[in-house]
Design a protein around this ligand. Structure first.
Ligand SMILES: [Zn+2]
Length: 181
Protein backbone atom coordinates (compact mmCIF):
# COMPACT_ATOMS: atom_id res chain seq x y z
CA UNK A 1 0.00 0.00 0.00
CA UNK A 2 0.86 3.63 -0.42
CA UNK A 3 1.24 4.23 3.33
CA UNK A 4 3.52 1.31 4.11
CA UNK A 5 5.52 2.10 7.21
CA UNK A 6 2.75 4.11 8.75
CA UNK A 7 0.18 6.73 7.90
CA UNK A 8 1.61 9.64 6.00
CA UNK A 9 -0.31 12.77 6.87
CA UNK A 10 -0.27 16.26 5.48
CA UNK A 11 3.05 17.12 6.99
CA UNK A 12 4.53 14.17 5.13
CA UNK A 13 5.51 12.65 8.43
CA UNK A 14 5.61 8.92 8.96
CA UNK A 15 4.36 9.48 12.48
CA UNK A 16 0.67 9.14 13.16
CA UNK A 17 -0.55 12.38 14.66
CA UNK A 18 -3.78 14.05 15.73
CA UNK A 19 -6.95 12.19 15.03
CA UNK A 20 -5.19 9.39 13.17
CA UNK A 21 -4.35 8.18 16.69
CA UNK A 22 -7.89 8.47 18.01
CA UNK A 23 -9.49 5.07 18.48
CA UNK A 24 -13.10 4.94 17.35
CA UNK A 25 -12.78 8.01 15.13
CA UNK A 26 -13.83 6.79 11.68
CA UNK A 27 -11.04 6.64 9.08
CA UNK A 28 -13.36 5.56 6.27
CA UNK A 29 -16.73 6.72 4.97
CA UNK A 30 -15.84 10.39 4.50
CA UNK A 31 -17.29 12.36 1.63
CA UNK A 32 -15.87 15.39 -0.09
CA UNK A 33 -18.01 18.51 0.28
CA UNK A 34 -15.89 21.29 -1.20
CA UNK A 35 -12.60 23.15 -1.04
CA UNK A 36 -12.21 26.25 1.09
CA UNK A 37 -9.62 28.97 0.88
CA UNK A 38 -8.25 29.97 4.28
CA UNK A 39 -6.04 32.69 2.86
CA UNK A 40 -2.40 33.48 3.59
CA UNK A 41 -2.77 32.57 7.25
CA UNK A 42 -3.98 29.08 6.43
CA UNK A 43 -5.43 26.56 8.82
CA UNK A 44 -4.06 23.45 10.50
CA UNK A 45 -5.33 20.22 9.01
CA UNK A 46 -8.00 18.94 11.38
CA UNK A 47 -6.95 15.33 10.97
CA UNK A 48 -3.18 15.25 11.46
CA UNK A 49 -3.05 18.63 13.17
CA UNK A 50 0.43 19.46 12.01
CA UNK A 51 0.25 20.91 8.54
CA UNK A 52 -0.91 24.44 7.92
CA UNK A 53 -2.54 24.82 4.54
CA UNK A 54 -4.25 27.54 2.60
CA UNK A 55 -6.60 25.24 0.68
CA UNK A 56 -8.44 22.64 2.69
CA UNK A 57 -10.68 19.81 1.57
CA UNK A 58 -13.90 19.91 3.55
CA UNK A 59 -15.29 16.46 4.29
CA UNK A 60 -18.39 15.14 5.96
CA UNK A 61 -19.37 11.78 7.45
CA UNK A 62 -22.84 10.35 7.99
CA UNK A 63 -22.07 9.32 11.57
CA UNK A 64 -19.86 12.23 12.65
CA UNK A 65 -21.58 15.55 13.40
CA UNK A 66 -18.51 17.67 12.81
CA UNK A 67 -17.11 18.68 9.47
CA UNK A 68 -13.38 18.29 8.84
CA UNK A 69 -11.12 20.61 6.87
CA UNK A 70 -8.12 18.65 5.64
CA UNK A 71 -4.83 19.13 3.90
CA UNK A 72 -4.33 17.23 0.66
CA UNK A 73 -2.56 14.16 1.98
CA UNK A 74 -5.03 13.56 4.79
CA UNK A 75 -7.90 14.02 2.31
CA UNK A 76 -6.28 11.42 0.03
CA UNK A 77 -5.97 8.99 2.92
CA UNK A 78 -9.52 9.45 4.18
CA UNK A 79 -10.90 9.06 0.67
CA UNK A 80 -8.42 6.31 -0.29
CA UNK A 81 -8.00 8.15 -3.57
CA UNK A 82 -4.65 9.39 -4.84
CA UNK A 83 -5.99 10.98 -7.99
CA UNK A 84 -9.12 13.10 -7.57
CA UNK A 85 -8.24 15.16 -4.46
CA UNK A 86 -5.02 16.47 -6.04
CA UNK A 87 -6.82 17.14 -9.27
CA UNK A 88 -9.61 19.14 -7.68
CA UNK A 89 -7.11 21.14 -5.62
CA UNK A 90 -5.22 22.07 -8.80
CA UNK A 91 -8.48 23.04 -10.48
CA UNK A 92 -9.55 25.14 -7.51
CA UNK A 93 -6.26 27.04 -7.54
CA UNK A 94 -6.52 27.52 -11.26
CA UNK A 95 -10.09 28.83 -10.90
CA UNK A 96 -8.66 31.53 -8.63
CA UNK A 97 -6.13 32.47 -11.33
CA UNK A 98 -8.87 32.57 -13.96
CA UNK A 99 -11.02 34.83 -11.73
CA UNK A 100 -8.09 37.18 -11.21
CA UNK A 101 -7.29 37.39 -14.94
CA UNK A 102 -10.89 37.58 -16.14
CA UNK A 103 -11.31 41.39 -16.32
CA UNK A 104 -8.27 41.64 -18.61
CA UNK A 105 -9.47 38.97 -21.07
CA UNK A 106 -9.14 39.89 -24.73
CA UNK A 107 -12.36 38.82 -26.40
CA UNK A 108 -12.35 38.16 -30.13
CA UNK A 109 -15.06 38.35 -32.77
CA UNK A 110 -16.14 35.19 -34.57
CA UNK A 111 -16.90 35.14 -38.28
CA UNK A 112 -20.58 35.37 -37.33
CA UNK A 113 -19.94 38.47 -35.28
CA UNK A 114 -20.17 36.89 -31.83
CA UNK A 115 -17.73 37.73 -29.05
CA UNK A 116 -15.78 34.71 -27.90
CA UNK A 117 -12.77 33.78 -25.85
CA UNK A 118 -10.94 30.50 -25.27
CA UNK A 119 -10.09 29.79 -21.65
CA UNK A 120 -8.18 26.66 -20.72
CA UNK A 121 -9.89 23.92 -22.75
CA UNK A 122 -13.19 25.78 -23.18
CA UNK A 123 -14.67 28.03 -25.84
CA UNK A 124 -16.97 30.71 -24.43
CA UNK A 125 -19.27 32.51 -26.85
CA UNK A 126 -21.72 35.33 -26.27
CA UNK A 127 -24.88 35.43 -28.35
CA UNK A 128 -26.86 38.55 -29.08
CA UNK A 129 -30.46 37.41 -28.71
CA UNK A 130 -31.71 40.37 -30.66
CA UNK A 131 -33.20 42.65 -28.05
CA UNK A 132 -33.89 39.87 -25.53
CA UNK A 133 -30.37 40.23 -24.16
CA UNK A 134 -27.04 38.42 -24.38
CA UNK A 135 -26.61 34.73 -23.62
CA UNK A 136 -23.49 32.64 -22.90
CA UNK A 137 -22.61 29.25 -24.37
CA UNK A 138 -19.66 27.13 -23.33
CA UNK A 139 -18.23 24.25 -25.34
CA UNK A 140 -15.10 22.19 -25.22
CA UNK A 141 -12.57 23.92 -27.42
CA UNK A 142 -11.79 22.08 -30.67
CA UNK A 143 -14.73 19.78 -30.10
CA UNK A 144 -17.81 21.24 -31.66
CA UNK A 145 -19.83 18.02 -31.87
CA UNK A 146 -22.05 19.01 -28.97
CA UNK A 147 -20.59 16.32 -26.72
CA UNK A 148 -20.16 18.94 -24.03
CA UNK A 149 -22.14 22.13 -24.29
CA UNK A 150 -23.72 24.38 -21.71
CA UNK A 151 -26.21 27.02 -22.70
CA UNK A 152 -26.57 29.48 -19.85
CA UNK A 153 -30.20 30.27 -19.11
CA UNK A 154 -29.39 33.71 -17.82
CA UNK A 155 -29.67 36.63 -20.23
CA UNK A 156 -27.65 39.80 -19.70
CA UNK A 157 -28.72 43.29 -20.65
CA UNK A 158 -25.41 44.31 -22.16
CA UNK A 159 -22.45 42.63 -23.82
CA UNK A 160 -20.17 43.81 -21.01
CA UNK A 161 -22.42 42.26 -18.36
CA UNK A 162 -22.46 39.01 -20.32
CA UNK A 163 -18.65 38.98 -20.48
CA UNK A 164 -18.46 39.41 -16.71
CA UNK A 165 -21.20 36.84 -16.13
CA UNK A 166 -19.46 34.33 -18.40
CA UNK A 167 -16.90 33.81 -15.63
CA UNK A 168 -19.55 32.21 -13.42
CA UNK A 169 -20.62 30.03 -16.33
CA UNK A 170 -17.02 29.01 -16.99
CA UNK A 171 -16.37 27.99 -13.36
CA UNK A 172 -19.61 25.98 -13.39
CA UNK A 173 -18.83 24.34 -16.74
CA UNK A 174 -15.37 23.27 -15.66
CA UNK A 175 -16.69 21.76 -12.44
CA UNK A 176 -19.40 19.94 -14.34
CA UNK A 177 -16.99 18.66 -16.98
CA UNK A 178 -14.59 17.40 -14.28
CA UNK A 179 -17.40 15.36 -12.72
CA UNK A 180 -18.03 13.67 -16.09
CA UNK A 181 -14.42 12.62 -16.59
ZN1 LIG B 1 -3.41 16.40 7.61
Amino acid sequence: MHQSGGIRGCGDSRERTGRWLEDGFPKIGWKFAGIEDYGEEGLLCQMCGHAKRRFLHVMTHDEVPEVLALGLQCAELLEQDWYRPAKRERRYEDDLRVRKDWPGKRWKLSSQGNSYVNVREFNITIWDKGGAGFGVTIKLQNKFDGSFEINGKKLYRTLEEAKAGALVAFIYARKKFASLE
